[in-house]
Write a protein that binds this ligand. Structure first.
Ligand code: CA
Length: 238
């Protein structure tokens, strides 16, 4: 990944209260092109996650106001976004509890940047594949291909540029291709649980997506609207 913030680069929420570790994470992640959000307390972490819906959470278990485990449990009530736990040496039981609470993986401090980056890539790749119909990260159906790893979308062999929100919305639909995804689920996964009733967001962004992903009259539809319920990505297995 090239250095510098790219609006479509994955966004990582770093939840860490130690300034030294914070600086290390900030420098390393920014150098590798990730967009960052930071929180120093559990409360701040939950707020940031709900407001910005990052692509991944790096979660320190020892936070000043609440247990990192509680943060993980609370996130799991509304989102499947990957959670990577950072724990101190000797917290073996905490690690098991963190995995039970819904964390995807953990790293024991101190760890190197290379190791962290590798774990982040695995977690992001894994989340891109959850529920996808084929074993690699590229989804393909009729005229549409979506590479969830590279964040590349093509329609009838034409590359389409999507905004981060549009991409997130499309990726949730791709993960459930062929099935109806409810308004509430889409809103919660893309905009956060506080936006679960803001169906006008969806109407606006689905209109953008439909326009950008219009495959042309010779192809069928990409999306179906299930009135009053949600949307479905039409899926024909390739
Ligand atoms: Ca700490």
């Amino acid at each position: 990944m090239s250095p510098g913030p790219d609006a479509t680069a994955p966004q990582v929420l770093v939840v860490e209260d130690e300034p030294q570790v914070q600086r290390f994470l900030r420098a390393g992640l920014q150098n590798h092109g990730y967009r960052l959000l930071e929180a120093r307390t559990g409360k701040e972490a939950l707020l940031q996650a709900e407001q910005h819906v990052p692509d991944l959470v790096l979660l320190d278990l020892g936070l000043p106001d609440m247990d990192g485990l509680e943060v993980a449990r609370s996130l799991r009530r509304w989102t499947q976004l990957p959670i990577l736990v950072l724990s101190a040496r000797g917290q073996e039981r905490m690690k098991v509890e963190a995995l039970d609470a819904g964390a995807d993986d953990y790293l024991t401090k101190p760890f190197g940047m290379e190791e962290l980056l590798a774990r982040i890539r695995v977690a992001l790749r894994h989340s891109a594949r959850v529920g996808a119909h084929n074993p690699n990260a590229a989804f393909s159906s009729g005229p549409l291909t979506v590479d969830l790893d590279l964040r590349r979308v093509t329609v009838a062999d034409r590359e389409v540029k999507l905004t981060p929100i549009e991409f997130k919305l499309l990726s949730v639909l791709v993960k459930h291709a062929g099935k109806v995804v409810t308004h509430r689920q889409l809103l919660s996964e893309v905009w956060g649980p506080r936006a679960a009733d803001e169906t006008q967001y969806l109407r606006v962004y689905m209109t953008h997506l439909r326009r950008k992903l219009d495959p042309g009259p010779e192809h069928g539809r990409v999306f179906e609207t299930e009135a009053g319920v949600g949307y479905r990505l039409c899926w024909e297995p390739d």
